[in-house]
Design a binder for this molecule. Structure first.
Ligand SMILES: *Cc1c(COP(=O)(O)O)cnc(C)c1O
Length: 447
């Protein structure tokens, strides 16, 4: 049996047997509050028992439509049979040796496959770590080793993780860095391209970014520029045409390493292998994580061979990095992507969401901007006719949707964005239902 993505579940609507959260979830949540620190947030205190495709079933027996995929991780659907089978088979063979002690072939093969599918046909090398933040950390180490320079520039509205270095690189101090200092040295943030808010063309936005890079840092001290091709936590900000290639061109001309953080946008999510392709961007280093193994923890740093080899033996790695079970799952993901079907699904989802959201925007001018690619779409809520954020409204929509059994995530530096990161298994009927629920929520806030 061949699955293109997880077999679509026939349900069109969530099936709710209790209120959300139900009594069993509430009981677990009360225990959690005693056992787990509050710094570990919780978007929706519904405790999940099992999942399939685009559906989450909680401990009370409610079936919820998942439009977040654990923040863009289970892109091909929850518990996809080929992924489960690959991981199970590997788990029974060997689950750990440590690649830097006694290696295994599936790691090497995954490095070869990422070299093939990441943008550009230059020689590339890849190594694996456990999380997105760890990939960012390692890319920075490599860029500094390669250039002998100290400063790293990230963009306004960026998100790169929660470690000391990456929390320093994020746009938002709260909640990521506030109170956790001292922060990492030699990180600078520079303006991004945010067409809805800055009104600049790609060339104009790039000129502004480059001016900051030159004046605030200077190429002589700049090791790397890091950019999410489509910014994730920042609110699915799609840069203006030409912005990213102009930055890459400047970086290349000045010996600066250009790092594309494809952790949220990469690997089929946007209807292409990598979101960089949408912009004609060929980065020096490409970071992968979230969707790479459809739910198992894995992250990769792929880049130009001569840059990747700048770190000395022993300088890169980590005990769990490139765990063979996660790698086996990643191969199953790449098998499906190579088959091509997921890209068509992403395009279908983009079309369905774009059409539905445009229709909603005609009734609700609070929807100020609709943007994204593939199964990475969002809308931004503002006072009609302005760019003044309506953060409360995004929260109200998500809360209303949750009560109807639709899991929607918010995003955005101003908290005023609703983002869609559904699994590619989501059907158009399910999307229609979600849009109906969003319409209800908007109507409700007016009443
Ligand atoms: C989630 C994310 C990270 C951090 O990944 P973790 O696995 O949570 O450490 C980094 N960059 C982007 C763009 C992300 O979306």
């Amino acid at each position: 049996m061949t699955h293109t993505v997880a077999a679509p579940t026939a349900l069109t609507r969530p099936e709710l047997v209790t209120e959300i959260p139900g009594p069993k979830s509430q009981a677990i949540h009360a225990r959690r509050e005693q056992a787990v620190p509050r710094g570990v947030g919780c978007a929706l205190p519904v405790y999940i028992d099992y999942a399939d495709g685009a559906w989450l079933t909680d401990v009370d027996g409610n079936r919820l439509l998942d439009l977040g995929s654990g923040i863009g991780v289970t892109t091909l659907g929850h518990t996809l049979p080929t992924v489960v089978a690959a991981a199970k088979e590997q788990l029974e063979k060997v689950s750990h040796t440590l690649f830097t002690v006694t290696p295994y072939e599936n790691y090497v093969r995954l490095a070869e496959r990422l070299a093939e599918h990441t943008p550009g046909d230059h020689p590339k090398k890849t190594f694996f770590v456990n999380s997105g933040a760890e990939a960012v950390e390692n890319a920075v180490k490599i860029a500094r080793a390669h250039t002998g320079r100290r400063v790293v520039a990230s963009l306004d509205h960026a998100f790169h993780g929660r470690t000391n270095l990456t929390m320093t690189m994020n746009h938002r101090a709260a909640p990521y860095a506030t109170g956790f200092g001292p922060l990492a040295a030699d990180i600078q943030r520079v303006p991004n391209s945010y067409p809805f808010r800055d009104g600049l063309t790609g060339a104009e936005a790039a000129a502004r970014t480059i001016e900051y890079l030159e004046q605030r840092i200077g190429a002589a001290d700049l090791a790397a520029v890091i950019a999410e091709p489509i910014q994730g936590e920042g609110g699915f900000i799609v840069p203006a045409e030409g912005y990213l290639p102009a930055l890459q061109e400047w970086a290349s001309a000045n010996g600066v390493v250009f790092i594309a953080d494809e952790i949220q946008a990469g690997l089929g999510r946007t209807g292409t292998w990598f979101a960089s392709e949408l912009f004609g961007l060929v980065p020096d280093l490409v970071l992968t994580a979230k969707g790479i193994a459809d739910g198992l923890p894995l992250a990769g740093v792929t880049g130009r061979a001569e840059i990747m080899d700048s770190a000395n033996p022993g300088g890169l790695g980590g005990t769990f990095g490139g765990n063979p079970v996660s790698i086996a799952a990643a191969h199953a993901v790449l098998d499906l992507l190579e088959g091509g079907a997921p890209f068509g699904e992403a395009d279908r989802i983009e079309a369905a969401l774009t059409a539905g959201l445009r229709e909603l925007a005609q009734t609700y001018p609070e929807i100020g901007d609709i943007r994204g690619h593939g199964a990475m779409m969002a809308f931004e809520l503002v006072e009609p006719g302005t760019t003044t954020p309506l953060a409360g409204l995004a929260g109200e929509i998500a809360a209303h949707a949750a009560k109807q059994g639709v899991l929607l995530l918010t995003a955005g530096s101003f908290g005023n964005v609703i983002r869609f990161l559904p699994s590619l298994a989501v059907t158009n009927e399910q999307i229609e239902y979600a849009l109906e629920v969003i319409g209800e929520a908007l109507a409700h806030t007016r009443a």
